[in-house]
Write a protein that binds this ligand. Structure first.
Ligand code: HEC
Length: 219
């Protein structure tokens, strides 16, 4: 059973990377002007839009791979009940450490939340609704007063159903017990494969390019 689940995790890692490569290739088409008109955002040059779409896609991929790697280890070493607890304690700090390194703010958010700490702000809500309507797989980039904001959608793969699918049918009893204990208001269940689950939301600071140069020069 464990081996079967691990195979799933590995295939998800692969799947995520494939999907993100597609995003990178298509990043020239990001941030359509009709969308930015509906959202209260500032104008952004095509060059910056492409640059931040590529950077955001790269960072989201790294954070996602990091979370899945930790989850894979936790499942292997701790089993399902403890892994849910582990996820609770480690997913957010992991996102934070990479974010600190690059001077960005990063989070995963959704319209159906499990962890209230991931609650969307106004722009995130609008972007989530947009993805729900269009089911687009492309990232979007907006300039706002807070900085450059990047979003890329997160879709449900088969592996995710173990914790976000239908109780008992997909979510095993033992996982359900841990979820009920930790997230009494959990809304992130009953998803089906390929459903939109949420977005990665990354905010870049104004001086992101110079931070990136410093990091590149150090290595
Ligand atoms: C072992 C159980 C487990 C698996 C498998 C799992 N998740 Fe989660 N997920 C959680 C837990 C627990 C949280 C709440 C903690 C946190 O914020 O990371 C969560 C939170 C999230 C969030 C943040 C939004 C929210 O509701 O708080 C997203 C997005 C998400 N999961 C997507 C996925 C996707 C996509 C997959 C499959 C690739 C997946 N998850 C697989 C347990 C799991």
């Amino acid at each position: 059973m464990k081996k079967y689940l691990l195979a799933f995790v590995c295939s998800i890692l692969f799947f995520t990377q494939c999907q993100n490569t597609t995003n990178e290739n298509a990043s020239n088409e990001t941030s359509s002007s009709s969308q930015s008109k509906q959202l209260s955002t500032l104008p952004l040059s095509k060059e910056d839009s492409t640059f931040y779409a590529q950077e955001g896609t790269k960072l989201a991929k790294q954070m996602y791979a990091g979370i899945l790697e930790k989850l894979r280890k936790a499942l292997d070493e701790l089993g399902y009940y403890e892994s849910v607890k582990y996820c609770n304690h480690h997913a957010l700090p992991l996102t934070d450490s990479l974010a600190n390194y690059y001077g960005i703010k990063a989070k995963r958010t959704s319209l159906k939340l499990r962890n209230p700490a991931n609650t969307p702000d106004e722009l995130e809500k609008q972007v989530l609704k947009m993805y729900q309507q269009t089911l687009s797989k492309q990232p979007v980039v907006y300039k706002t007063k807070e900085g450059i904001r990047f979003f890329t959608p997160i879709y449900i793969a088969e592996f995710c159903l173990n914790c976000h699918g239908k109780p008992y049918e997909n979510i095993p009893d033992v996982t359900l017990r841990a979820l009920n204990e930790l997230y009494p208001k959990d809304e992130a269940r009953n998803y089906e494969i390929y459903d939109i689950r949420g977005v990665w939301s990354i905010t870049f600071p104004e001086n992101y390019s110079s931070i990136l140069n410093q990091i590149t020069n150090k290595n």
